[in-house]
Design a protein around this ligand. Sequence first.
Ligand code: A2P
Length: 268
Amino acid sequence: MDIAVDPIVTAPPGFFAEEVTWVHHWTESLFSFKCRRDPALRFTSGQFAMIGLVVAGKPLVRAYSMVSPAWEDHLEFLSIKVQDGPLTSRLQHIQVGERVLIGRKPVGTLITDNILPGRNLWMLATGTGLAPFMSLIRDPEVYDRYDRVIVAHTVREVKELAYRDYITGELRDHELLGEMVREKLIYAPAVTREPFPVQGRITTRLESGEAERQAGVETLDPAFDRVMICGSEAMNADVKTLLEARGFVEGTNHAPGSYALEKAFVTK
Ligand code: A2P
């Protein structure tokens, strides 16, 4: 595939053109980057926007959840790298100082308005599905609405546990959020394809009660607890079935419920 990317000078209609300020490669197939944020871009923590490049004179964009919270003055994203993917084969080479397209209209269902307040808020993520939860766990409103917030991130290999050091380190010492994080945030990572203290799919661990044991919290109960899901289509479908069998009701932008879900966008 040719890598020809047009330098972005002016933003096409519907987009901002923002300068990249930081790039971090987690693995050969996973990276993050930050860019500037136009003050006119409004979003709610947990939402996604169309992000991309200009290729052969046209915007080439995919849906990306914001990793950064709504109050931050920059934007951050987490992406896979697919070698034959039209966008990520190019985006993975992005350098500080180059520009990316940021869609002007973020949307999405993983927002606190779609979920009732409650006792424990579970954030179930696989792979890059962690992205919207990185935004939400840095939003004080989340901590106002729940006693505990559990980030259950499951990946195939340990090195894919992006942001692990940040969540267990820097975030706990954050000037504004640190106290809430130390009091309420429970990080529950798991790995499925190599040795790790907690192994197995989230569906299996919810069925056996191991997920609650790992987090040290009460058994998941729709009367008190809330769940947000962001993973592959198969993971979302399996968790949805499991939750609905237990009496959880999906929340939407029209009526809040006891769970909400969004696909972790495979941004080829
Ligand atoms: P597994 O290694 O057993 O397939 P992927 O990269 O395929 O999206 O997978 C990311 C993580 O999600 C892996 O740990 C994977 O486990 C897990 N996973 C994949 N499909 C499902 C599913 N239907 N339900 C629960 N977890 C899943």
